[in-house]
Write a protein that binds this ligand. Structure first.
Ligand SMILES: *Cc1c(COP(=O)(O)O)cnc(C)c1O
Length: 228
């Protein structure tokens, strides 16, 4: 195998540590979510054995067999992909987190379908800070309306915000998108909506995200190589 997962994981963790140091983030304030879309259950298990605990999947159809195979492992599964109404029950039954919440209808269903024996489902609202029409997520104004409604749902725990900004390789522009989400989060705090999670930053922009206060970076390519 040309791609060594142990090395890749160490390098990503070093990148996170270096950025935390550079941007004066407090210890343990940034977590790594390993994004495993396109990767096999065997690869996920390998990452688990290297100490990685949180994994993100984007498509129910693809995740289903992997979660079944890995059922015995106490993996923290995050759903980060587009939500489809007919797949919400399975997500509510099998995931600890959903990052891509962007409608009340989906929130209501997830809450209703969350099994009673499980803790409340952790959710983040996906905000489309770059306003790209082809991307999921809602505007800040829409989020502002949605938040109090989600907070009323008994089986959801609203933890924060997620974004996937327009691609740029310019560090300052990357920071600007993430700052927009972080500032919005601060503003929500002044309205009495205190959140502990900012899900932002991927392989190409995790340093900029950490500079702006990300608490969880979602990394695929840097860990597992290019997806097919
Ligand atoms: C695929 C994906 C990632 C990981 O992206 P990389 O550039 O491979 O690190 C992160 N977040 C979401 C929502 C994704 O779909």
């Amino acid at each position: 195998m040309s791609h060594c997962l142990a090395d890749a994981l160490a390098i990503v963790n070093q990148r996170i540590e270096a950025a935390m140091l550079q941007f004066q983030r407090s210890p343990n304030s940034v977590q790594l979510l390993a994004v495993t879309k396109g990767q096999s259950a065997a690869t996920i298990l390998q990452a688990w054995q290297l100490g990685q605990r949180q994994f993100g999947e984007s498509y129910v159809q693809e995740a289903l067999p992997k979660l079944e195979v890995l059922n015995a492992y106490p993996i923290v599964w995050h759903f980060i992909g587009p939500l489809q109404t007919n797949k919400l029950r399975w997500i509510a039954e099998h995931f600890a987190w959903v990052h891509s919440l962007d409608s009340l209808k989906h929130a209501q269903r997830l809450s209703a379908q969350r099994p009673a024996e499980l803790p409340a489902l952790n959710v983040c609202i996906q905000v489309n800070v770059s306003r790209e029409p082809q991307k999921a997520g809602i505007t800040e104004a829409e989020a502002l309306e949605l938040i109090p409604q989600i907070k009323k749902l008994p089986r959801l725990q609203l933890r924060g915000l997620m974004t996937l900004p327009a691609y740029t390789d310019d560090f300052e522009q990357q920071r600007q998108s993430f700052r927009q989400l972080a500032e919005f989060c601060k503003y929500l705090g002044t309205l009495g909506h205190a959140f502990d999670t900012l899900s932002m930053g991927m392989t190409d922009d995790l340093e900029a995200a950490i500079a702006e206060g990300s608490t969880l970076v979602r990394v695929g390519t840097a860990l597992f190589g290019q997806r097919n």
